[in-house]
Design a protein around this ligand. Structure first.
Ligand code: NAD
Length: 258
């Protein structure tokens, strides 16, 4: 039976790219995400063509700790232990700290940081029992450096890197690793609003809005691709990567080298 991999927020963008890469590597996927049922069906069918065992979908809202507990208990009981956990679900909201909506702060911390704490604490006992586990936290360059107008996002991603290091130390003697991947600009729905705002502010096309964002921060001037992030995640699950733990790996076209 194939090992199980849970990728949170995998009905879109980076999570879907990672889910496809792990399906190609032979894992049975558990997809998660909210939103348009048509898009969710599409994601499930894309993943199902890549592996022999059909993917499972859980529509859990990860801002709700109790819902996470119920969903993971059901999966572990009815399908089996989770071997690979990719904490990817995340959201963004921009605005200066003094005007930042309090409800958005709470939501971003709950999804981008606390959800990873809950999934990690709930998956670790079975990983220890199996003597195998891979936890990959999709942080961001904003886990390593800050930008203006993203206080909750930057705080949540710095926190996620802290959780990554703490988990890595606690699991170092088991065959379990915990690492963070820190992408720079990656073209997905999450950054669409920022591209559109930049295009409107400068009165340029959407395409040029994307180029303007890249020019400001990402020296390669190219977007990271979801395939590239999928390939790195897949590598981190191999035996060759078993001594990589507690690391924060930038995939950012040179952003954080500046
Ligand atoms: P996306 O908006 O395309 O996907 C987000 C996913 O999270 C979707 O599947 C969505 O349904 C799911 N989601 C949202 N709220 C949820 C909730 N409450 N419960 C469960 N699922 C929920 O975004 P993306 O760009 O693919 O981002 C994925 C991760 O990568 C995020 O953590 C993001 O911070 C990080 N990241 C993105 C970029 C980028 O440039 N796109 C850069 C660095 C880091």
């Amino acid at each position: 039976m194939a090992r199980l991999a849970l990728v949170t927020g995998s009905t879109s963008g980076i999570g879907l790219g990672i889910a496809k890469s792990l399906a190609e590597a032979g894992y049975r996927l558990i997809l998660n995400g909210l939103g348009d049922p048509g898009a969710i069906d599409q994601a499930l069918s894309e993943v199902s063509t890549l592996c022999s065992e059909s993917p499972i979908y859980i529509g859990t809202d990860l801002t709700q700790p109790r819902a996470i507990e119920v969903a993971l208990a059901e999966i572990i009981e009815s399908v089996g232990p989770i071997s690979v956990l990719v904490n990817n679900a995340g959201m963004q909201h921009t605005g200066p700290v003094e005007d930042f909506p309090v409800d958005k702060w709470d939501q971003i911390i709950a999804l981008n940081l606390s959800a990873a704490f809950h999934t990690t604490r709930l998956c670790l006992p079975e990983m220890k029992a199996q003597d195998f586990g891979r936890i990959i936290n999709i942080a961001s360059v904003h886990g390593l450096v800050a930008s203006t107008n993203k206080p909750a996002y930057v705080a949540s991603k710095h926190g996620l890197i802290g959780l990554t290091k703490a988990t890595a130390l606690e699991t170092a003697e088991a065959n379990i690793t915990c690492n963070a991947i820190c992408p720079g600009w990656t073209e997905t729905p999450l950054i669409q609003a920022q591209i559109e705002t930049r295009a409107a502010d400068l009165n340029i096309s959407i395409e040029d809005g994307g180029r303007a964002l890249l020019a400001e921060k990402q020296p390669s001037k190219r977007f990271v691709t979801t395939d590239q992030l999928g390939a790195l995640t897949r590598f981190l699950c191999t035996d060759a990567a078993s001594q990589i733990t507690g690391a924060s790996l930038p995939v950012d076209g040179g952003w954080t080298a500046q």
